[in-house]
Design a protein around this ligand. Structure first.
Ligand SMILES: Cc1cc2nc3c(=O)[nH]c(=O)nc-3n(C[C@H](O)[C@H](O)[C@H](O)COP(=O)(O)OP(=O)(O)OC[C@H]3O[C@@H](n4cnc5c(N)ncnc54)[C@H](O)[C@@H]3O)c2cc1C
Length: 398
């Protein structure tokens, strides 16, 4: 396994670092580095800057707007972005539905949707989970009944992240319930402003509005909006899920958080001295640092395998479990270090309309909100228990 960067790769790293330093808006990077909340308009602004440079979709094939970079270049690029404090772009568009459209969509669908995904004009959400159909996704019940050239859709989706801000949804619907449950699902794309769609907010424990329940009542969608063949949606849905789990390690973001925790600990007084000097704290930080190094080397090992054209195995499942566990460990450490200052959440100012200045010291911002939302990381994108089941089946044949 060769883990060192070549001179060309180091030159590429330098080029990216300089460009990002000159083009990432400071107000956005300050929010990201300080733990503040990035808005949809911040994300759109950064998305368009990357689009204009031609760097918005490194993972896409060149013919559809990708960069043609090697796996290592993509890794370097991602790390440089997180290092500089760039927010992550909307995964539902670029990582999920985009690749489904260019892989399985018709020429008309590619022409209609790919430009809006690339330039950031069109915002997407994911309509997979339903009440009672999460881990057992194939049991989904939202029904699409044929009516001439259209489907009439009735049912509900839940935990739909960003549905309240999305222009379009990619949605799994049941078009046949006569056979095996996986064989009667279709994959549809439709706008969120169609008559009969209602979005109902769910406020999560951290006080945020990111997820929703979406209700469909007699929503009419042209059959031309279906990806691929009727009843073959499960194939496209699974392809998308692997993409969702890829790139989940976010080593750069975790390094950033670890250094934030260390900086805070170096200034946090407790009875008898600085937290950074307490042996029990130092032990925890060291354990987290070792886990982070292991995660980084695993990612590099997988990239090195890709360079040699090894077929991907269960890496995406493995990285999902390791990365989300570490994310939760780091958020617990962050809470410990931030202490009482981790409790207030600036988002509450939006909810209460208060314009009082924040009482939270630099670096402690959002600790509790991060921690509470982060509980979901081992659930969304397929729960960690399910990932372990998949690995056990594939690797241990049990
Ligand atoms: C913050 C957040 C955002 C989300 N965003 C979206 C989104 O944008 N779009 C979307 O479609 N979905 C979204 N989801 C839904 C997410 O994919 C599901 O929550 C997830 O797949 C788990 O399904 P469930 O909630 O129905 O839990 P269940 O499937 O009911 O699972 C409950 C518990 O039982 C365990 N369990 C279930 N089956 C097994 C088994 N066979 N073996 C061992 N353990 C098992 C699970 O691991 C879990 O711990 C989001 C979820 C969250 C929390």
């Amino acid at each position: 396994m060769d883990l060192s960067f070549s001179p060309e790769e180091l030159a590429f790293q330098q080029e990216v670092r300089e460009w990002v330093g000159a083009n990432l808006p400071v107000d956005i990077s300050e929010k990201v580095l300080g733990g503040g909340k990035v808005t949809k308009s911040d994300l759109k602004r950064w998305h368009k800057i990357l689009f204009e440079k031609g760097w918005v979709a490194p993972a896409w094939p060149e013919e559809y707007g990708g960069t043609g970079w090697s796996a290592v270049q993509k890794y370097i690029f991602a790390e440089e972005l997180t290092r500089a404090g760039a927010p992550e772009l909307l995964g539902f568009s670029l990582k999920m539905v985009g690749p489904v459209i260019f892989t399985y969509g018709s020429e008309e669908q590619k022409a209609q949707h790919l430009p809006g995904i690339l330039n950031g004009d069109v915002w997407w959400c994911q309509g997979y989970s339903e009440p009672g159909s999460g881990s057992d996704l194939a049991s989904l019940k939202t029904k699409a009944v044929s009516d001439g050239d259209d489907y009439i859709i009735n049912g509900t989706k839940i935990w739909t992240t960003g549905a309240h801000e999305a222009d379009w949804i990619f949605c799994l619907v049941r078009t046949d319930d006569s056979g095996k449950k996986q064989e009667g699902i279709s994959f549809l794309l439709f706008p969120m402003d169609l008559p009969g769609i209602e979005v109902s907010p769910i406020i999560t424990i951290g006080g945020e509005h990111s997820v929703n329940q979406v209700f469909f009542t007699d929503v009419r969608v042209p059959k031309a909006n279906r990806i691929g063949e009727e009843n073959m949606g499960w194939t496209y849905a699974k392809f998308l899920l692997v993409n969702e789990r890829n790139g989940i390690a976010q080593v750069g973001g975790k390094k950033r958080q670890l250094s934030r925790i260390k900086n805070l600990a170096a200034t946090s007084e407790m009875a008898g001295g600085l937290l950074a000097e307490a042996p029990s704290y130092r032990q925890k930080i060291t354990d987290a640092e070792i886990a982070l190094m292991a995660l980084e080397y695993s990612e590099l090992r997988f990239l090195s395998g890709q360079k040699l054209d090894h077929a991907p195995g269960t890496e995406a499942n493995m990285m999902k479990v390791a990365a989300t566990q570490l994310q939760q460990t780091l958020s617990e450490l962050f809470i410990e270090v931030a202490g009482y200052y981790g409790m207030p959440y600036d988002g509450f100012q939006d909810l209460t309309g208060s314009n009082e200045p924040s009482v939270i010291p630099d670096g402690a911002q959002g600790a509790m909100a991060d921690h509470l939302y982060g509980r979901a990381a081992t659930i969304y994108g397929g729960s960690n228990e399910i990932q372990r089941d998949v690995m056990a089946k594939v690797l241990l044949s049990i």
